[in-house]
Design a protein around this ligand. Sequence first.
Ligand code: BG6
Length: 477
Amino acid sequence: IPVDDFDLILFGATGDLAKRKIIPSLYRRFLAGQMPEGARVIGAARSELDDEAFRKEVREAIAEFVSKPKRKPEVIDAFCERCSYIAVDAMGDAGWKELHDSVRDEVCKAFYFSVAPGIFGPLAKKLREHGIACENSRLVVEKPFGTDLETARKLNAELAASFDEHQIYRIDHFLGKETVQNLMAVRFANVLFEPLWNERYIDHVQITVAETVGVAGRGSYYDKSGAMRDMVQNHLMQLLCLTAMEPPNRYDADMLRDEKLKVIRALDPLPLSDVVRGQYKEGDGHPSYREEAENEDSLTESFIALKVGISNWRWKHTPFYLRTGKRMSRRVSEIVIQFKETPHSIFERDNGSQANALTIRLQPDEGIDMSVTIKEPGPGGMRLINVPLDMTFADALDGGDEIPDAYERLIMDVIRGNQTLFMRGDEVEAAWAWTDPIIEAWTEKRDRPHGYAPGTSGPEEALMLMHRDNRRWRDLD
Ligand code: BG6
């Protein structure tokens, strides 16, 4: 779908996220023909660069982070023509007049804050003071959105002084992933699942986001956050909400976010006994967490597993188990809906049947599969086997098309003015209100995370979290 002309002003244009995600995503949309003639990218940061020096950085980002078949020299040249640069100082006056003169009032102006959260407020203020932000403007902010309820409230208030809520796009890039949107299609565009989507038929839900990387290179940020703040409060919370929410009346930004908010407000407070924190040790050729984070006494978790209850009619007796961690055995993100056993089996015991499970895979191999039990083909009697009804999205795409990166979709949604896949201020605050007490509880206790060997599925204690309920985690391998 084409979009209107726009000026995208990228603050933090020389930073890591701009290089790894934002610039490559804009280039891929340009290549796909989705950036109209009048679309421009204006890099803004503190460094004193000129347009040519910035374009050189743009080229480097494309060379490093765009796949080879998509790196077409003439397209890269044309894309660079659209890019320019202005040095601005968030705390001083340098660059603001120039920025004011170069952005166009008649097109959509998207200000993308890919900068430290500490300067969100000052930047928003400058945009207002210099008359750069207007009714036609949109503001995109990256995570982390605060570090607790208090800081998130303060940030929301700072942004609200310059922008209305309908102009603010808080990024959670998990919402831009193909499968996450497909989860809504599966739930609300089929008659098959919704009648079963409740505590009567679902035994439990497992949400796993396992990564093989460590924290090297970003230890100073990560050590102050840990897995709870870095992943659970945002990404896993969003996955939980989309799985658990009631159907909104329409696929509309505020209706959908109202439903997500209701889920967060229905979450039971977390007791310490339902949380397992872990920290990776040295091994597998990698240094320990503490070494990578450069903090030999660190009590920060690089892994966390939780059992979460939702107190509403739909989910009262169906727990949601969440886990996420670094340096685990495999990179996998998935949501598993584990259905209950049939109420009674007419077949002999040990016949091979298993309860149904619906697996929503975010990565790798984005797709959804449903395990069903059928009779093993052949004359051997009534032996039952489990087979997957598999829907891998790549198979459903026309030959060779890649699934677009989450950022490509999200940036284009900003230009279109569609907030559906962005978090609303009250949602972020409610999520912090839920995570704050447990973080405070373990900080006060000086709770020590359990050590785990790299390349595993986390500490043994995390297995116990499910074993004690007679359940088990899905194998990662
Ligand atoms: C980020 C976290 O938001 O998401 C990182 O800060 C994490 O710690 C990353 O590695 C995971 O994103 P993806 O898209 O690679 O699964």
